[in-house]
Design a protein around this ligand. Structure first.
Ligand SMILES: [Ca+2]
Ligand SMILES: [Ca+2]
Ligand SMILES: [Ca+2]
Ligand SMILES: [Ca+2]
Length: 400
C-alpha cells in the first residue's frame, strides 16, 4: 500500500513523495503521509461507497476537513477542503453514512451540526445550539430513539440530545448531565467512551477526568415511557490517587471473561498503565500496573481484537507517548502471561495524538492509523509481525 495524496483541480494539496529515510521506504507495509496541516481528529469511513475505507481528517485550527480516499493500489487521494464543520470543529461521526449523513461537534460555533456529504465536500443541513460541544458520539438507549451525546470544551457537564434528528436539527429533549455537582470544577473537554460495562446490552457513557483522577460513568436511567423521566446522572466508577492525569480509556476484554475491562494510561510520569478488571456486573478491581516505555505518559490509547491464523483471539493495544508508539499483544492468557510489546520511537520524540486500529484494506488483518502533529502514519497488518520486524531492525519513524 503506497501512501500518496494527489492533487485535485479544486485545491492545492501537494502530491507527497515517499519518505526520504531509506529504512522507512524499505519497509513497504508502512507509510508516512505528511499532511501540511494539523489534523486534530479522524474518522475511518467508506465515503464513496467503493468498499474501501477512507480517512476523514478534521483540522481544528483551520476550521476545515478533508477526505483521503483509499485507491485501488492502497494509495490515497485528497478531496478538496470543506469548511462546513465551522469554527473550531471537534470530531465527526457517521449517522446514516450510506445516505451521506454525518454529525459533527463544533465548540466554536456552539452547535452540533447535521452534515450531508456531497462527494467532494460537506454541506450543513442543520445546526442545533449546544454550548461548545467538542466531542460527539451516538448513543442508543432503549426508548430514547437515536441520541447524540456531546462533551463540551469548558463546561462541567455533558449534553444528550435525546431523539436527535440531524436532518431537522431537532431533538425530543436536551438532557444536561452535571459532572462536578458539589465538587470543584474539572472544566475539561473529555473524549467520551461508550461501552456496555455491566453486560445488559445497554451502553454506558464513560469519561476519564485527569484533574480529579476519576473514571465517570453515566448509566441508562430508564425509558421516558415510564411516568416520570429519570434524569441521567454522572457517578464515579473508579478513582485512585496514584493515577497521574488519566485522560483516555482503552476498552478490551483482557481475560476473555466478565465482559469489557478498562485500560487507563497515565498521561504524565510515572507513566503507568492501569488495568481495571470487570467483575461482570460493571464493578472494577485494579490489576497490577504495567510500566509504559521509559515511563513516559501516554496521550492516546486504542484497543482492538483480531483473530489469529490459528483461530485464537488476540487483543491489540496501541499506546502513544514521546517514547514512541507501543503495541501490546494480549493473548488469550489475559493477565496470566506477560504482554509482549514493541515500541517504535519517533526520531524527534513526537507523539501521535490519535490512533485507530481497523482493517483498512479488508484483508482480514487489523491495520494501524496514527495521527502525528504533521502527518499520518499507516501500518498494514498483521500488526504484531510488523511491529516485531520494525523493532528488530531498529526502525525509527521520521515524521518530518
Ligand atoms: Ca472508499
Ligand atoms: Ca450496560
Ligand atoms: Ca474481562
Ligand atoms: Ca488489513
Amino acid at each position: 500500500m503506497g501512501l500518496v495524496t494527489g492533487c485535485n483541480e479544486q485545491n492545492d494539496t501537494p502530491t507527497v513523495d515517499q519518505n526520504p529515510s531509506s529504512l522507512q521506504s524499505s519497509l513497504p507495509f508502512q507509510h508516512y503521509l505528511p499532511l501540511g496541516y494539523l489534523a486534530f481528529d479522524l474518522l475511518i469511513q467508506d465515503m464513496n461507497q467503493d468498499q474501501k475505507k477512507d480517512i476523514v481528517l478534521v483540522d481544528h485550527g483551520k476550521n476545515q476537513s478533508q477526505v483521503l480516499f483509499q485507491k485501488d493500489d492502497g494509495q490515497f487521494l485528497g478531496s478538496p477542503f470543506s469548511n462546513a464543520l465551522g469554527f473550531h470543529p471537534g470530531n465527526l461521526i457517521p449517522w446514516n453514512p450510506d445516505e451521506g449523513l454525518f454529525v459533527s461537534g463544533g465548540e466554536g460555533t456552539n452547535t452540533i451540526r447535521g452534515l450531508k456529504w456531497g462527494g467532494e465536500v460537506f454541506d450543513v443541513v442543520s445546526a442545533v445550539s449546544i454550548r461548545s460541544p467538542r466531542f460527539v458520539e451516538e448513543l442508543h438507549w432503549p426508548g430514547w430513539g437515536r441520541s447524540v451525546v456531546s462533551s463540551p470544551y469548558s463546561l462541567d457537564q455533558i449534553d444528550i440530545l435525546k431523539g436527535y434528528d440531524p436532518l431537522s436539527g431537532k431533538g425530543e429533549s436536551h438532557e444536561m448531565v452535571p459532572l462536578a455537582k458539589n465538587r470543584p470544577s474539572i472544566r475539561e473537554p473529555n473524549r467520551l467512551t461508550l461501552a456496555d460495562i455491566n453486560n445488559d446490552g445497554i451502553e454506558e457513557i464513560l469519561m476519564a477526568l485527569r484533574i480529579s483522577k476519576e473514571i465517570m460513568v453515566v448509566r441508562y436511567p430508564g425509558s421516558s415511557l415510564k411516568k416520570k423521566i429519570k434524569k441521567p446522572v454522572a457517578e464515579v466508577l473508579a478513582t485512585n490517587e496514584r493515577w497521574a492525569m488519566p485522560n483516555n480509556i482503552g476498552v478490551l476484554d483482557v481475560d476473555r471473561k466478565n465482559g469489557l475491562d478498562l485500560l487507563i494510561p497515565d498521561e504524565v510520569m510515572p507513566g503507568m498503565l492501569h488495568i481495571l478488571m470487570n467483575d461482570g456486573q460493571g464493578a472494577f478491581k485494579e490489576a497490577p500496573d504495567i510500566a509504559l516505555p521509559e515511563q513516559q505518559g501516554a496521550i492516546a490509547i486504542e484497543a482492538a481484537v483480531e483473530e489469529t491464523p490459528d483461530h485464537r483471539s488476540r487483543g491489540l493495544v496501541v499506546l502513544s507517548s514521546i517514547a514512541g508508539l507501543t503495541l501490546y499483544e494480549v493473548t488469550e492468557a489475559g493477565l496470566a502471561a506477560p504482554w509482549r510489546s514493541w515500541t517504535i520511537p519517533n526520531q524527534r520524540g513526537r507523539a501521535a495524538h490519535r490512533i485507530e486500529i481497523t482493517d483498512l484494506d479488508h484483508d482480514g488483518e487489523m491495520d494501524l492509523v496514527a495521527l502525528y502533529p504533521k502527518g499520518l502514519w499507516v501500518v498494514e497488518g498483521p500488526l504484531v509481525d510488523r511491529f516485531e520486524e520494525m523493532a528488530v531492525k531498529g526502525f525509527r519513524l521520521s515524521t518530518d
